[in-house]
Design a protein around this ligand. Structure first.
Ligand code: TXA
Ligand code: MG
Length: 326
């Protein structure tokens, strides 16, 4: 007899083959997937997410050898990273082959590809017999979902099926590296650490993200944002300014001096950055659900996954004025 999981993945693959859309777990965050070769199915992903069409999707494969058919060539540095990190939280941007529909890449000559490290994601791609184009399964601009419930709350009514694989173990999105220029370029810090990437291929360029045009088309300064304003700069004196306000605290480690906060979320009691990353989005969502006036986020050391965490916190805080909600 087929196990329940095999059955539901079979059902999900049938939906993908028929041009439907399925939310599925990966090791980083949940994705909202469609057959990458079916432009109409991909268009529905954009619609459901309310995502602007200028923001391209990542194509997910179940085997590194599948990349060859999707791109013109794979530079040796890209090969090295693929060998080291796949399946895993690394996305490579390469020159695309003509067979990939323009809607997937937003008309760019390049495509972003990754092989996720999650058994359900890999089975889904294999059974669907096509690469799966998928952004994170959240409404555009909001935090990425790290549980099936997060997807259900935001997009539940609009997707054909949600595969539940429990909480995502990494918790922040993949690291994106582009190989268009001679020197590889980091477009988004994420689950694969810059230190490890550079130990394999040497120094990479880092795109400035805070100023001017976003590096990856979707890397708008304000992104990954909850409804409640988030601030990173905080000191004791500011409590006086917000006397009658409810303030939440997103603490990295065991929180000290936290009595003045209305509620506190600790990302990792023992100060483990990986654990903090895995808890990040769910913790912000819980604070966001409490009708607070402000969330104060504690800075995290920018090493390993700490770089990705701080990138997301900076983006989430980039609009935050103390004046309240949007
Ligand atoms: O971990 C992840 O990467 C998750 C899971 C589901 O795989 N996906 C994800 O997708 O975070 P999304 O769509 O939320 O973010 C993809 C980012 C966007 O900022 C987009 O602009 C960028 O990748 N991107 C996609 N194609 C690109 C390309 N050809 N060149 C440059 N950036 C690209
Ligand atoms: Mg996203």
């Amino acid at each position: 007899m087929e196990s329940k999981e095999t059955q539901i993945i079979h059902q999900a693959a049938e939906i993908i083959k028929r041009g439907g859309i399925v939310a599925f777990p990966t090791e980083t965050v949940y994705g909202l997937g469609a057959d990458a070769f079916n432009p109409l199915a991909v268009a529905r992903v954009f619609e459901v997410k309310r995502r602007p069409y200028f923001d391209p999707l990542i194509v997910h494969v179940a085997n590194p050898s599948n990349v060859e058919k999707l791109v013109k060539e794979i530079p040796s540095n890209a090969k090295k990273l693929i060998e080291r990190f796949w399946p895993g939280p690394l996305t490579v941007v390469l020159l695309k082959e003509e067979n990939i529909p323009d809607i997937v890449t937003a008309g760019l000559p390049t495509v972003a590809i990754r092989m996720p490290n999650h058994p359900m994601a890999l089975s889904l791609i294999k059974e669907s017999k096509c690469p799966i184009a998928a952004p994170s399964a959240n409404s555009f601009g909001y935090l990425s979902p790290t549980t099936a419930e997060h997807v259900q709350e935001q997009l539940g009514d609009e997707v054909d099926l949600i595969l539940d694989g429990g909480p995502c173990p990494v918790g922040v999105e993949s690291t994106i590296v582009s190989f268009l220029e001679e020197k590889p370029r980091l477009l988004r810090p994420g689950g694969a650490s810059l230190e490890e990437i550079e130990s394999i291929i040497g120094k990479v360029e880092i795109s400035p993200i805070e100023k001017g045009r976003p590096s990856a088309p979707g890397m708008l300064p304000r992104h990954y944002a909850p409804r409640t304003p988030i601030v990173l700069d905080w000191d004791e004196k500011k409590f006086d300014l917000y006397k009658d306000k409810n303030i939440g605290f997103l603490a990295f480690q065991e929180a000290k001096n936290n009595l003045k906060f209305h509620s506190v979320e600790v990302l990792s009691k023992k100060g483990d950055i990986r654990e903090a990353a895995a808890n990040l989005f769910a913790a912000i969502r819980r604070l966001d659900a409490m009708n607070l006036d402000l969330i104060v986020a504690e800075a995290i050391p920018e090493i390993g996954l700490g770089r990705a965490i701080m990138d997301r916190l900076r983006r989430a805080s980039s609009r935050s004025e103390i004046t309240g909600r949007e």
